[in-house]
Design a binder for this molecule. Structure first.
Ligand code: EPU
Length: 432
């Protein structure tokens, strides 16, 4: 078992470089299966979710070569069987993109229902299934929780209106449609930067995708995609996490290798809270010297405030003057981590999708758990800002999506380290 041990209270100062975007990488890696021959993907983040996805592709028969620590070559020409067993799928939710990719290229996909971040609610995929069916696939759920999608004669373009704005459904149907016959029109699409990144990847391999980043995406099917090279965009949420950490701890940090436009909604909120943010071409300078001010925010699909930044900003707001109101507008529930913050002295009242935070002067250290990826990032921020030594458990959830988080914070002056506890000792501790 691995824990993070954080001796909080240090201000953060220096420079941090942001890695490739997790949610773009986990879409682009399966998309590589659509391509004839090898394609090279650069700026791939070194995170557990990517490792797992590459493992799944390898199991399926794809040839994977790691060219350096952030560049991978994928050749999907050698897929033996388009079936992904539960043992692999349960570890990572984004592996459901294999349905769109395998169906698009091989006209058949058999994929166990996904796992991944658990916020405590149901994460439906009805819009994905509706899209596959509209493209002419037969989709059924079979014994063992397998989703089987078949289109023996190939897929045919269609006009699809999504009932909800879904990142996953938009991506999955884009993947299925790029090699379909004729034109596909997707309406009410998600507009996140990673959707645009996926479209850019597909287009650079020879696809014809237009409109990504708007509500309507038009895809003209092509016969084949050819191998090429592509570099993944920087991670908007990793950047936002460091910005929120500076807000909570104070100090001055240059967050480098980013696209400031993707951070505008986060920057705007931080400015309302009294944090100074100066934008440069590919970096932002974040400074917090005085007390934080309260603010209200509602999470929404892009370009609204991202739900994946909600726990980190809520944590900073625990230390702001006044009462802040947070509304979760994307997921039914995403506040489980607030129980842990309360144990550190935060004053938060949650009612359904709303959290009301009364700012406190300081947080105090406590043993806390990283219930999921972003909740885990929030625990790290709380630990860095709190007085005393905080232990964060279940950090695998954090390392699913953050590359070298500990090393990056330490380089900014944080006093923290990873502690490996032998399984037997951890079990004895739990039994006592
Ligand atoms: N929804 C449906 N039906 C569907 C799909 C989604 O009702 O078929 C609903 C969901 O229940 C939710 C809303 O639509 O209320 C949005 O869900 P979406 O499909 O957009 O989420 P996702 O694709 O499963 C991705 C990210 C999440 C991020 C959400 C929202 C990846 C791999 N995951 O999930 O990221 O929270 O979009 O932006 O891209 C994270 O990185 O920590 C993370 C959880």
């Amino acid at each position: 078992m691995t824990k993070y041990i954080i001796n909080g209270g240090n201000r953060l100062n220096g420079e941090v470089s942001i890695s490739g975007a997790k949610n773009a990488a986990v879409a682009i890696i399966p998309a590589a299966l659509l391509v004839d021959g090898a394609c090279r993907i650069e700026n791939v983040p070194k995170i557990i979710d990517v490792t797992l996805q590459l493992e799944i592709l390898r199991e399926l028969g794809a040839h994977i070569r790691l060219l350096n620590s952030t560049t991978v070559e994928v050749n999907g020409d050698y897929i033996a069987e388009a079936k992904v067993p539960y043992e692999l799928m349960r570890k990572i939710r984004a592996s459901y993109y294999l349905i769109g990719a395998l169906l698009g290229r091989y006209h058949h996909a058999e994929v166990a229902m996904p796992g991944g971040c658990n916020f405590g609610g149901i994460r439906p995929i009805d819009q994905h299934i509706k899209g596959f069916k509209a493209l002419g696939a037969q989709v059924e759920i079979r014994e063992g929780g397998y989703i089987c999608a078949d289109a023996p004669d190939g897929l045919t373009g269609a006009h699809i209106y999504f009932d909800v704005v879904s990142v996953g459904a938009t991506i999955n149907i884009m993947l299925a449609a790029v090699l379909a016959r004729g034109q596909t029109i997707l309406e009410n699409c998600a507009k996140e930067p990673h959707i645009v990144d996926l479209a850019n990847f597909l287009n650079s391999m020879g696809a014809d995708v237009k409109g990504a980043g708007t509500d309507v995406i038009k895809i003209r099917g092509v016969r084949r995609l050819r191998g090429g090279m592509y570099s993944i965009i920087p991670d908007q949420i990793e950047a936002g996490t460091f910005m929120a950490a500076v807000a909570a701890c104070g100090g001055q940090v240059l967050v480098k290798n980013i696209i400031p436009k993707h951070l505008e909604c986060i920057t705007a909120k931080l400015k309302e809270m009294g944090v100074e943010v100066t934008e440069y071409d590919d970096s932002v300078l974040v400074t917090r010297s005085g007390r934080l001010r309260k603010t209200n925010l509602k999470t929404l699909p892009y370009p609204g405030f991202p739900t994946d930044m909600q726990p980190q900003l809520t944590t900073a707001l625990c230390l702001a003057d006044g009462t802040s109101i947070i509304t979760e507008g994307v997921w039914d529930t995403r506040y489980r981590y607030t129980e842990e913050l309360a144990r550190m002295g935060a004053s938060i009242h949650v009612d359904g999708k709303i959290a009301v935070i009364e700012g406190v002067r300081e947080l105090t250290a406590a043993p806390v758990r990283a219930f999921d990826l972003r909740a885990g990032a929030a625990m790290v921020i709380a630990g860095l800002a709190a007085k005393g030594v905080t232990q964060v458990e279940q950090v695998t959830n954090i390392e699913r999506g953050y590359e070298n988080l500990v090393e990056k914070f330490v380089s900014l002056g944080a006093d923290m380290y990873r502690s490996e506890i032998p399984e037997t000792e951890a079990a004895m501790g739990a039994a006592q």
